[in-house]
Design a binder for this molecule. Structure first.
Ligand code: ZN
Length: 160
């Protein structure tokens, strides 16, 4: 019996991501299904798919990278960053929120005194269209399921 995409299974797929009619990315994803490792709309759209199946999944912003929040664009004084740190538009880093958690931000613009950062994901507000082919499915291991993500062929590739 061949496996279908379901909770706690490791899924390998190839995809093309299209936004507003433009192909923006071709790639491969391998992930543990049902643990929020990929955008929610894509994960839900793959439920029950079988190896070799081709799917066309439309993901609205709310189930993708979220709606754009204009308040999330901020000007930060250059002096708040380490003097030697190289900063350029397009780079991503983690800002420290007041509660101590890391918040991903993207640099929009840099000048001598200010850096403009955006906490919106670059694809926030976009409807994402995924054309997906399911390549492989296997059962997750107990360790993978406990961690909530897949591990590589050599087992544990990280420190937790
Ligand atoms: Zn792990």
């Amino acid at each position: 019996m061949s496996l279908s995409v379901a909770q706690d299974r490791v899924v390998s797929l190839t995809y093309r991501l299209t936004v507003a009619g433009n192909a923006v990315e071709d790639g491969t994803i391998e992930y543990l299904h049902g643990h929020g490792n990929i955008v929610p709309g894509l994960e839900a759209g793959l439920d029950g798919a079988e190896i070799g199946q081709e799917l066309h999944v439309e993901v609205p912003p709310a189930l993708g990278y979220g709606d754009r929040v204009e308040d999330a664009v901020q000007q930060v004084p250059r002096s708040l960053f380490p003097a030697g740190m190289e900063i350029h538009a397009g780079m991503q880093f983690h800002a420290r929120a007041p509660d101590g958690t890391g918040v991903p931000v993207w640099v929009l613009h840099v000048d001598d005194s200010f850096i403009v950062v955006d906490a919106n994901h670059p694809m926030a507000g976009a409807t994402l269209t995924f054309d997906v082919t399911i390549r492989a499915i296997r059962e997750g291991t107990a360790e993978e399921i406990a961690h909530g993500h897949m591990h590589g062929p050599d087992g544990h590739g990280h420190d937790h």
